[in-house]
Ligand binder design. Structure first.
Ligand code: SF4
Length: 427
């Protein structure tokens, strides 16, 4: 098969059994990969009523036929039954993991069961092993990235991991890779945590076969020319390449759709303080991209150099960060948003869901529905970035008021009641 490596990797953490199954050719044609593979697997395997955090739930990582080719970026899909919604959660995140998995010889990983102690999965071409992760349990995602690479002696290893939030079964936790590539809103990381699976590490050494290499290369050159930041005819491509998605905030502002103060308003008067322009001018160090990114790199390595959050370094600030941790919460101090983004990534909580949940709590506080007695003494007013940062930690560790918020805005508002459900933003 071209485009595929032809193997599904099945891992049962309860029994420790690992087996490799041939990827059925009709499945490859009918479901195309990633999302299609994952949903089919979930649909066929999960019994109705399966408890998301039980060993009976499964976690599926699916690649696509272009991952691992120069035309395929690094995106991959993780799918499971969500502990937050009871429906399925599907996270699509970038980086380098998906191509590396293909290089190792696999198209899909299906994780079943639950290990009896913390473990991580190590895939090195045909060799696959379940290793002890007791020494990494409790570590942040960044520490996990460093420790596993050092332990296995290869800085090029690609990883997917969870932070303390996933271990603490936080419903708004996410799975990360490359220290910034997040996916799986709806508690995919909590499912991984419930299985005692801290990380998956992969390294491969073989390529993906292409049926018509010459034609493929010609098509590739055409696409690259079209997406060249300086030469592109599409103005949005040029802007995207320069600023990344934070530029979107000003467009939303123009249309009156920039959710502000928990969506009470659609215009944020301090939008320029958190704009893509401000970010690029004062905080960006260099652009970063996923594997063979066809679009101009949308991600940036950034740094806060002065003020109370000086020394914060992180990657992957997107419009989601500046909106969810910014305008949603009435926060216009960009260093605090960058710090919040770094905390979300390191602790493994999703910044969209976290920002939305904190913004709801701020509105409930300002309306007198909750008080500082409920919030562990925090003055949860819009714009209070110190309180927002404390809450991110509390959510990840399920501490005090953070425990209520850790299940997401819908459940938190149902528990608080008193009309707060009316302004809880969720779908
Ligand atoms: S546009 Fe951004 S997310 Fe997409 S492949 Fe490129 S760097 Fe990755």
């Amino acid at each position: 098969m071209y485009g595929w490596r032809g193997t599904i990797l099945n891992v049962d953490l309860s029994s420790g059994k690992i087996d490799k199954e041939k990827l059925p050719e009709d499945m490859a044609w009918d479901y195309l990969g990633g999302r299609g593979f994952n949903i089919k697997t979930l649909y066929e395997e999960l019994e109705p009523g399966v408890e998301p955090l039980s060993p009976e739930n499964i976690l599926v990582f699916g690649t696509g036929p272009l991952n691992g080719t120069p035309l395929g970026c690094g995106r991959m899909t993780v799918t499971t039954k969500s502990p937050q919604t009871g429906f399925f959660v599907e996270g699509n995140n970038g980086g380098f993991f998906a191509p590396e998995l293909k290089f190792a010889g696999y198209d899909i990983i299906v994780i079943r069961g639950r290990a009896d102690k913390p473990v991580y999965l190590w895939i090195k071409d045909e060799k696959v092993e379940i290793r002890d992760a007791s020494h990494i349990w409790g570590k942040t995602t960044w520490e996990t990235d460093r420790i596993i690479k050092e332990e296995l002696g290869d800085p090029e290893i690609q990883l997917r991991y969870i932070g303390p939030a996933g271990e603490n079964l936080v419903n708004i936790s996410i799975i990360l890779g490359n220290r910034a590539r997040a996916g799986g809103r709806g508690g995919a990381a909590a499912v991984m945590g419930s299985k005692n699976l801290k990380a998956i590490a992969v390294r491969g050494s073989d390529g993906v076969k292409i049926a018509h290499p010459t034609e493929f290369q010609e098509a590739l050159l055409e696409i690259w020319e079209d997406l060249d930041v300086d030469g592109s005819k599409d103005p949005f491509t040029r802007i995207w390449g320069l600023y990344g998605s934070p530029i979107v905030l000003r467009i939303q502002q123009e249309y009156g759709t920039l959710a502000t103060n928990n969506g009470q308003e659609g215009v944020f008067e301090k939008v320029m303080d958190i704009s893509g322009e401000e970010f690029l001018k004062n905080y960006v160090v260099k652009p970063k991209a996923c594997f063979c990114c066809q679009s101009p790199a949308c991600s940036h390595w950034c740094e806060v150099r002065d003020g109370p959050y000086a020394g914060t370094r992180t990657e992957g600030i997107q419009a989601g960060s500046t909106e969810a941790l910014g305008s949603y919460c009435g926060i216009s101090y960009l260093p605090a948003i960058i710090k919040g983004h770094a905390l979300c990534n390191e602790l493994g909580v999703g910044m969209f869901s976290t920002g939305t949940t904190i913004a709801w709590a701020m509105e409930a506080f300002e309306k007198g529905i909750i008080s500082s007695k409920d919030t562990d003494g925090l003055e949860l007013r819009f714009g209070n970035h110190e309180a927002m940062l404390q809450l991110i930690r509390k959510i990840a560790y399920r501490e005090g008021f953070g425990d209520l918020l850790a299940d997401g805005v819908k459940k938190a508002s149902e528990r608080i009641g008193k009309g707060s459900q009316d302004f809880a933003l969720h779908v």
